[in-house]
Design a protein around this ligand. Structure first.
Ligand SMILES: [Zn+2]
Ligand SMILES: [Zn+2]
Length: 229
């Protein structure tokens, strides 16, 4: 089937059978070295935890990303998220497995995989939750339970662009709500959050805070792209 239906590499777009070519895969693997274990930001000083995480530790315990935002997967991610090419979720999942298969498995103690939720308004607008499409495929492959209804998200009203950092943070905290029917999927559980892009990490930090307030034992993030600060 791969021969009959060749695709193109999600990195360099060259026509070929696999989701990603060997050359692009090698670039992604090389980019993995020297990232902060907690927030996945590139750490030039070879420390395991970056200075920012040391001074202001986020609520989540670890983060893995495939690559930096602006790198070779950025265009494919835009096609996936903004142009409705949902089939690319499988290509990202294939690439994830190719990059991290050799790593010691974090997934062994994970009980639940959950996506970063979208508000109903945004879901209607986009037509799909890009994080949930990735989460579904990855959870099936890893044989870990997943649930998109653990956390809900209210639409953030108001002018975000001109809001202060504090105003945005307060709004963000009020954005997520725990589903009362899913409390058993949070308390004493190790939870893995899936998202497409991590920018400042504020959203994932707030989600981890909420989950830990309700008793989560640990919270980890897997994101496709991480914005270098
Ligand atoms: Zn390539
Ligand atoms: Zn960090």
């Amino acid at each position: 089937m791969n021969f009959l239906l060749p695709t193109s590499c999600i990195g360099c777009k060259k026509f070929q059978a696999n989701s990603i070519c060997d050359k692009c895969l090698n670039i992604l693997k090389c980019n993995q070295v020297h990232r902060c274990q907690q927030c996945a930001i590139p750490c030039l000083n070879k420390q395991n935890i970056c200075l920012s995480c040391q001074c202001n530790p986020p609520a989540f315990d670890s983060t893995l990303c495939l690559d930096s935002y602006g790198g070779l997967l950025t265009e494919s991610l835009h096609d996936y998220k903004y142009h409705g090419k949902i089939a690319l979720a499988r290509c990202f999942a294939n690439t994830w497995q190719a990059v991290f298969n050799h790593e010691p498995s974090l997934q062994t103690n994970i009980e639940w995989m959950i996506p970063v939720p979208l508000s109903i308004k945004k879901l209607h607008h986009r037509g799909f939750n890009q994080a949930w499409e990735l989460c579904k495929i990855m959870s099936m492959r890893l044989n870990i339970d997943s649930d998109p209804f653990v956390l809900g998200r209210n639409h953030m009203d108001g002018d975000q662009a001109h809001a202060s950092r504090e105003q945005r943070l307060t709004r963000l905290i009020n954005t997520f709500r725990v589903n009362p029917k899913r409390l058993d999927r949070i308390a004493n559980q190790n939870i893995l959050i899936i998202d497409d892009v991590m920018t400042t990490g504020a959203t994932l930090d707030v989600m981890a805070k909420v989950l830990k307030d309700f008793g989560a034992q640990s919270v980890h993030n897997w994101v496709i792209l991480r914005t270098p600060l």
